[in-house]
Ligand binder design. Structure first.
Ligand SMILES: [Zn+2]
Length: 327
């Protein structure tokens, strides 16, 4: 039932600072105007080569979604590979005006868990993925759209949203390292109290996980367990033990997964509940590498020196920009 596929990746931006620097130079160093112009051309050329990423948000049972959107946008931009845009729905209900032009982007990242999108938007989204688009599912985005068949095929596994045995099997590893596809009855989606937990890489050859420590500590988060779904074209790259003494399933639950849908590449992580969860260097790096893979099929980024190891968490405190009130 589960097939292993190995494809895709992603990129980002430091444009405002560069442009400002160039503009200051243009104003103050007129004697070298030509050189500056050349520099400006180079900057422009470099910018146009960036991959385009779109974060979709607007509704979520996680009230910190405006912050996690900012965090993920910055993480993607920090790679130097991506130019990031955000498309936000109305606060409530199906938003008839929500119709991003998905096909303009190399990768779409969902931070959305809310009302159904308009039918035309749903169709455009499925077409975008089928035609080879990249998609990233983060945390509660896998709670969304429990009854949308194609979306569930695209994300592989999901939780809540009315999911049960009709949604597809539970998929996990047992203690012996055997992959289990479990069709037994029951609801989809659960988690115990938040805690830091260890991620174990199950596929070290995939571009996203290549070069990562075999095991690494993830910062405090909800450990989603009992996820279920169609699980076709799905490859589990890494798992975490949802320990029973931490209120979990006792199973090794998928934490990094990829799905193939049509020509599309999908990277899915159920991690990312709190801002502190998304400050984990492991989360950041998986998002950055997952996006490059989803967008291009490759990963060119190095694993950074501050990546967590088997026993030690590693986080980067996120600095939110202050509101522009002074000028
Ligand atoms: Zn959560």
């Amino acid at each position: 039932m589960l097939q292993h596929f190995h494809r895709k990746i992603f990129t980002q931006l430091s444009l405002p600072i560069t442009l400002t620097a160039v503009l200051i130079c243009l104003a103050s160093c007129q004697t070298s105007a030509i050189a500056q112009e050349k520099q400006a051309d180079k900057t422009t050329a470099k910018t146009t080569k960036k991959l385009k990423a779109l974060i979709v948000d607007g509704q979520n049972n996680h009230r910190n979604w405006p912050q996690t959107t900012k965090m993920m946008a910055k993480y993607l931009a920090d790679t130097g590979l991506f130019e990031v845009e955000v498309a936000t729905t109305a606060k409530k209900g199906t938003d008839p005006n929500f119709k991003p032009e998905f096909s303009k982007y190399n990768v779409v990242i969902s931070n959305y868990n809310g009302a159904a999108w308009p039918e035309a938007t749903r169709k455009a989204f499925v077409k975008y993925i089928k035609d080879g688009g990249g998609f990233i599912v983060v945390h509660a985005a896998n709670n969304a759209f429990g009854n949308w068949r194609e979306y569930n095929e695209i994300i592989g596994l999901g939780g809540w949203g009315g999911r049960n045995e009709k949604s597809g099997p539970y998929v996990y590893y047992d203690d012996k390292g055997k992959l289990v596809v479990d069709k037994s009855k029951g609801r989809g989606g659960h988690h115990g109290p938040q805690h830091p937990f260890q991620i174990v890489v199950r596929n070290e050859k995939h571009p996203i996980t290549k070069g990562m420590p075999k095991a690494w500590m993830h910062a405090k988060d909800e450990l989603y367990d009992y996820l279920r779904g169609p699980a076709t074209g799905m490859d589990i790259l890494a798992t975490a033990l949802a320990a029973k003494n931490k209120g979990g399933s006792g199973r090794h639950e998928p934490m990094l997964l990829t799905i193939e849908y049509g020509k599309g590449r999908i990277f899915h992580t159920p991690m990312g509940h709190g801002n502190y969860s998304q400050e984990c260097v492991g989360f950041i790096v998986c998002l950055q590498r997952g996006a490059e893979w989803a967008a291009t099929g490759k990963v060119t980024q190095k694993i950074p020196d501050d990546f967590p190891d088997a026993d030690k968490e590693s986080s980067r405190k996120f600095q939110f920009e202050k509101a522009k009130a002074k000028k």
